[in-house]
Ligand binder design. Structure first.
Ligand code: GLN
Length: 539
């Protein structure tokens, strides 16, 4: 039987519930458990796919094509579990299923209500993680205890635990212990109140994980234990980490969070050997080299908007003992001041243009790509970044001045990037793109095949537009190399410039499959080329 762990949050949002959940998943996996993990989000969008990165950070895409919360990226990267459609449910998705069923007559005769219908649907979502080969399922409940909109999720979790029995379902509450600088004191009261809110709705947390910027003393722990009704050793301190989020699992393991969890669930503790992880982390914290990669995007200063990209750059750095510094560049700044392009980008050892939607900043991205191409700066273009590389080549090499994507200029006579045929006529926005993992065949003589070490790859997608096949021959003749396509040779997936030190554009999103201990080949290639350039210039 699958055991269940619920993780709730108190006092404020942005406490790092996702990283705590992912770290716990990692530790349980290290002890031999098979783990599944999900996030429940209380908002009403069916998924985050239609939200602006300003609102929600990046949209993380799974192999099976779910557009999800960025916390799933933490789950995949920390715990190396592959997430699925069952890994992220929102209130919107729950309601949408329920209302469709209601219209189809699925509840004929009944009054459809939050309790039991919505809560039953939420319990089914929790149950979706259970499988004969899964030992532990972790459900992170978004929002903060006390929010009106997360109430149905908490009620469903309470019922779920009641039905499963308390040795099969436990609650971990992540809370903030604020430090009042003027009083020079840590305060436990907000946490006491947030636990009181949970107890009011029938949930007594088994474990408290306390986020704090300075260490707690035993007085704080005594107070939290007594007033929150939690065993003293189950009050865990999660101090702000000094250097890297990858220190979090070690800190939680030091306080035996994983062991306490398994004990509460009456499960075999297995053994935990963190020596290889410690050794790896030591390398992460002590890089020998450094290089700078400019990320030219629309939200470059908002780290969460390009979370997986920044992570993938870190991973590639880790693989080569390098600290990769990101130089965030707003594409619009380049667009408004084209004369500053060289000045801004000359500090960069490589340039990356990430994915995106809409017109804003596109010409700035194209300028950055032109600069990379002409100045032999290593370049990686991802999704829209690849499309911009194709537009740049068509404009500046083929001299089609109005070359564009029909996303930005439907009237162009040279739509080198165009809507995919299967996307024509779709007038709905949510969940309708080409989403998830698709196979791609790399040309054996491409740089990409060499980097991957194979010709057959599978990568995750999220796009509506594609390299227009009408222009393929012309572009190839002009020197752009089609390095990878869909297996039927219909869709262009990867382009390269063979004469350039490193110039790759890919229609897919490699960043979603990069792992801290298994960096992605295209990012490794970019960082290796950046380092080469950096060394040459600083020799
Ligand atoms: N807007 C482009 C498209 O829909 C690129 C999408 C992306 O970068 N993810 O094809």
């Amino acid at each position: 039987m699958t055991a269940h762990i619920f993780i709730t949050g108190g006092v404020v949002s942005s406490l790092g519930k996702g990283i705590t959940a992912a770290s716990l998943a990692f530790l349980l996996k290290q002890r031999g458990c098979k783990v599944a993990i999900q996030k429940l989000d209380p908002y009403l969008n069916v998924d985050p796919g239609t939200m602006s990165p300003f609102q929600h950070g990046e949209v993380f895409v799974t192999d099976d094509g779910a557009e999800t919360d960025l916390d799933l990226g933490h789950y995949e990267r920390f715990a190396e579990v592959n997430c699925t459609q069952a890994s992220n449910y929102t209130s919107g998705r729950i309601y949408s299923t329920l209302l469709e069923r209601e219209r189809a007559g699925g509840y004929l005769g009944a009054t459809v209500q939050v309790i039991p219908h919505v809560t039953n649907e939420i319990k089914a979502a929790m149950q979706a993680l259970h499988a004969p080969d899964i030992d532990v399922a972790i459900t992170e409940i978004g929002g903060t205890a006390g929010d009106i909109e997360s109430l149905p999720f908490l009620e469903a979790a309470r019922q779920f635990a009641f039905e499963a029995g308390r040795d099969h379902a436990i609650f971990i509450h992540l809370t903030l212990i604020p430090y009042l600088r003027a009083a020079q004191e840590l305060k436990t009261k907000p946490s006491q109140h947030s636990v009181a809110i949970l107890r009011n709705i029938g949930i007594t947390p088994d474990i408290l994980v306390c986020r704090t910027e300075i260490p707690m003393d035993s007085g704080h722990i005594d107070k939290l234990a007594l007033f929150c009704n939690v065993q003293r050793e189950l009050v865990i301190e999660e101090l702000d980490v000094q250097h890297s989020i990858y220190e979090v699992p070690l800190e939680l393991a030091r306080q035996k969070l994983d062991l306490h969890v398994l004990k509460l669930l009456n499960m075999d503790p297995g053994t935990l050997n963190l020596a290889p992880y410690r050794k790896w982390l030591d390398g992460v914290l002590n890089p020998r080299y450094n290089c700078t990669v400019a990320v030219v995007g629309k939200y470059s200063k908002l780290r969460d908007a390009y979370k997986s990209i920044y992570e993938a750059l870190d991973h590639a750095g880790i693989a080569s003992e390098t600290k990769v510094k990101v130089l965030p560049v707003e594409a619009e700044d380049l667009e408004n001041h084209p004369e500053l392009t060289a000045d801004i980008l000359k500090q960069a050892d490589a340039i990356l243009v990430p994915g995106g939607f809409g017109n804003r900043g596109v010409n700035g991205k194209i300028q950055a790509i032109e600069y990379a191409r002409n100045n032999q700066i290593p370049f990686l273009g991802i999704c829209l970044g690849m499309q911009c590389a194709v537009i740049e080549y068509a404009r500046n090499v083929l001299r089609h001045e109005d070359a564009d994507s029909s996303e930005f200029n439907p009237q162009t006579t040279h739509a080198v990037i165009d809507l995919m045929p299967e996307q024509r006529g779709i007038d709905r926005m949510g969940g309708t793109m080409r989403l998830g993992a698709y196979p791609c065949r790399l040309n054996p003589s491409s740089i990409s095949a060499n980097l991957y070490g194979t010709e057959n790859i599978s990568e995750r997608h999220r796009h509506r537009y594609e390299f227009n096949p009408e222009f393929r021959e012309k572009m190839e003749k002009a020197g752009m190399y089609i390095a990878g396509t869909s297996p039927d040779n219909r869709l262009v997936e990867v382009v390269e410039l063979p004469e350039h030190p490193y110039f790759i554009g890919c229609q897919f999103h490699p960043e979603f499959k990069s792992r801290p201990r298994n960096a992605h080949p295209l990012f490794k290639g970019l960082v290796a080329a950046a380092l080469k350039k950096h060394r040459r210039e600083n020799a």
